[in-house]
Design a binder for this molecule. Structure first.
Ligand code: BGC
Length: 664
């Protein structure tokens, strides 16, 4: 703050990075200055020393570094730097913890003392690389509810990530206190046991008169708020929610004739907004909020259609590179936490670790940045060496600890891991990563032959070792990643499994993102649509019918009786299954890049009679592409707009067109 006014609008600066670096931000503050000026900076534990590290070190000094550069009218310069002439005091913000919330005492005062100057290695300070996190929108409560147990609840109608702002006329010492939750229990009462060890609370001590406040160093994932204390009756006018996320540009839009499907599209967008807060997190509410790599790996394609995420992921991939273990392993959480030090335990799960290859490659497809590939290349290569050094069988990724098809519904009782063969999953992703590195080598003008040879050896070994595909996920991976030799029979088997299961899926984090692609790319689009439009449990639309406003972690997060799956692992804002949107963009509406960044496109829509219309718009680096189909007079009409040379495939006909609008 300068002279009591906030500098800039970057929330939670300096952001969440590897412990090996801290970003600095620059602001032009000229207009904020008067003759006498006061700079105040509030610091807290934040991501660096909060419970998010699972071990909180006592007495870790909070620190800051600041420099004010002045250019006078006579062109002379002066720098005022944070040194021992600065004063430090305890703030009115008495407590701030990402999991637990904030306590603010507006009456608190402290006597400033001279600052303690820490001698810290300044080499870790780097220029801001990530996207700024900003306040995005304000949401008014949809209702104030009196719960059956007497609690007063504020319902914002949307599970969101951010904080809130309230105004109240109070007497000095009056308290405002809230606790937040995502869902109400089956009776309509407040429920936040699924936040586990995150207290998710807020407390404020009022001064006399009008108090207006919004939190400074905390954020919450929530839809409802329990009013634990408020000086007067709370009304819809006294409080609003403020949505906070990385300031990404929206690029993708989906729309259909089905209200439920449109709600799913909206939930996917909200899942991304809620979990793209400086790093891609698993969830924004419980005691995790971590950059789990596997979640980001399976969602990055959808994320890159919905929003421009190039800069967002560039920053995170730099942290991935910095936190890569000595042997090339990728920590399963990036930025790496203090207590789970994967750089020394050398533990990396397939899919999770493949964030090192899959995400930069996806960014290249969407934005064509060779620079990013160049920067990440060594990390990719070292990751492959790690797999080769850890596997128990050469040319496979075999016999190592894995997450498997995480949360697959075919999990044995008591397990989080679906019943698909974990060595098969790991080997398929190893193969895929080697193929990516081969392609990236070519793109960067390097010799790819070593990786081409390795890929074909891995493929042969997978084929000779895993002869049968027993689960939906195994069939899906065998098809999508070109493992199956007889694709027609595997596709038929997958289709039969789904039909025999009542048009219902059983897949988890690993199978689900590829399931619909595997079906529609092999002649079974209708089965893909049946899964997409399935309304009974387990399905995407089941959660929508249960009132979801974001994507659930579990297919069975809440049953039809309104009972919760478990308090241990039950987030209602986990974007992984939202990855189905990339199937809608790429297959149902048919838009794909033929050359990186859509310098050339392919549009091959796959319509169905199960929807009246479906459309996608993508704002690419080369302009707006749209693909819409709808039924009219017993026929299907396609409306396509493209800014670039495009191959349009309608049924078995192919047209190569230049930029323009086309109707078929
Ligand atoms: C997270 C997941 C993550 C998983 C891996 C969970 O606690 O919420 O999304 O990928 O752990 O084990």
């Amino acid at each position: 703050m300068i002279n009591g006014e906030r500098v800039g609008d970057f929330i939670l600066a300096p952001g969440f990075t590897s412990r090996k670096r801290v970003q600095y931000q620059t602001y032009d503050v000229t207009k904020m200055l008067t003759l006498d000026n006061k700079i105040e900076i509030v610091v807290g534990d934040g991501w660096y020393n909060g419970k998010i590290n699972f071990v909180v070190a006592e007495n870790v000094p909070k620190a800051l570094i600041c420099q004010l550069d002045i250019l006078y009218e006579d062109k002379t310069r002066e720098s005022i730097v944070s040194d021992d002439s600065w004063l430090v005091s305890k703030d009115k913000l008495r407590f701030a913890e990402l999991y637990d919330g904030e306590i603010y005492d507006s009456n608190f005062t402290d006597t400033p003392l001279s600052a303690i100057v820490l001698d810290h290695d300044k080499k870790i300070i780097v220029k801001q690389q990530g996207v700024y996190v900003r306040e995005q929108e304000k949401i008014a409560p949809v209702s104030i509810i009196k719960a059956p147990n007497g609690d007063t609840l504020v319902d914002f109608g949307q599970n969101l990530t951010g904080y809130f702002e309230f105004t109240v006329n109070a007497k000095g010492g009056d308290r405002v206190a809230f606790t937040v939750c995502e869902e109400l229990d089956k009776y309509g009462n407040f429920y936040n046991e699924n936040y586990r060890d995150a207290k998710a609370r807020f407390e404020y001590i009022c001064h006399d008169g009008i108090n207006t406040y919004k939190p400074i160093l905390a954020f919450w994932g929530f839809r409802y708020m329990r009013v634990d204390s408020f000086p007067c009756e709370i009304t819809r006018e006294s409080i609003s929610a403020i949505v906070v996320h990385s300031d990404m540009k929206r690029t993708g839009y989906l729309n259909s004739s089905s209200k439920l499907l449109n709600k799913l599209f909206s939930n996917i967008i909200w899942g991304q907004k809620g979990n793209f807060l400086d790093v891609p997190t698993d969830c924004p509410q419980r005691d995790e909020r971590q950059g789990w790599t596997g979640d980001a790996t399976v969602f990055c394609k959808t994320a890159s259609y919905n929003y421009d995420v190039e800069q967002f992921f560039e920053k995170w991939l730099t942290d991935l590179k910095l936190d890569q273990g000595k042997k090339g392993n990728i920590p399963n959480i990036i930025p790496q936490t203090v207590c789970w030090d994967w750089s020394t335990t050398e533990d990396t799960g397939a899919v999770w670790g493949d964030s090192a290859t899959i995400i930069p490659y996806q960014m290249y497809k969407m934005y064509a940045s060779k620079e990013l590939l160049k920067r990440q290349y060594k990390t990719m290569v070292r990751y492959l060496s790690y797999i080769a050094s850890t596997t128990k069988k050469r040319y496979l990724w075999y016999g190592c600890g894995q997450f498997g098809d995480w949360l697959g519904l075919d999990a044995p009782s008591g397990s989080y891991r679906g019943s698909s063969n974990e060595d098969f999953i790991a080997s398929v992703f190893y193969y895929n990563s080697v193929k990516i590195v081969a392609d990236v080598s070519m793109i960067l003008g390097k010799d790819s032959s070593k990786y081409d040879t390795l890929a074909s050896k891995i493929l042969n070994k997978i084929r000779s070792t895993f002869k049968e595909y027993k689960t939906q996920t195994e069939c899906t991976l065998a098809l999508y990643f070109d493992i199956a030799e007889d694709k027609a029979s595997v596709a038929k088997r997958l289709n039969d499994m789904i039909r025999a299961n009542g048009n219902k899926l059983q897949t988890g984090f690993v199978g689900t993102p590829f399931l619909l692609h595997a079906l529609s790319q092999n002649g079974y689009s209708e089965a893909a649509y049946d899964l997409l439009l399935q309304e009974q449990f387990p399905s995407w639309l089941y959660s929508v019918k249960q009132g979801a406003t974001t994507i659930w972690e579990h297919w069975d997060g809440k049953n039809e009786q309104g009972e919760f799956w478990s308090k241990n692992m039950n987030s209602f804002n986990h974007y992984a299954y939202g990855s189905v949107a990339d199937w809608v963009y790429e297959e149902a509406c048919g838009i794909k890049p033929l050359k990186p960044a859509f310098e050339e496109a392919i549009i091959a829509p796959k319509p169905t009679d199960k929807l009246d219309h479906l459309s996608a718009i993508i704002h690419t680096r080369h302009g707006k592409i749209s693909s819409k189909w709808y039924h009219v007079d017993g026929k299907i009409r396609y409306e396509i707009e493209t800014p670039v040379k495009t191959t349009i495939i309608i049924g078995d006909k192919q047209f190569v067109v230049d930029a323009g609008s086309y109707i078929f």
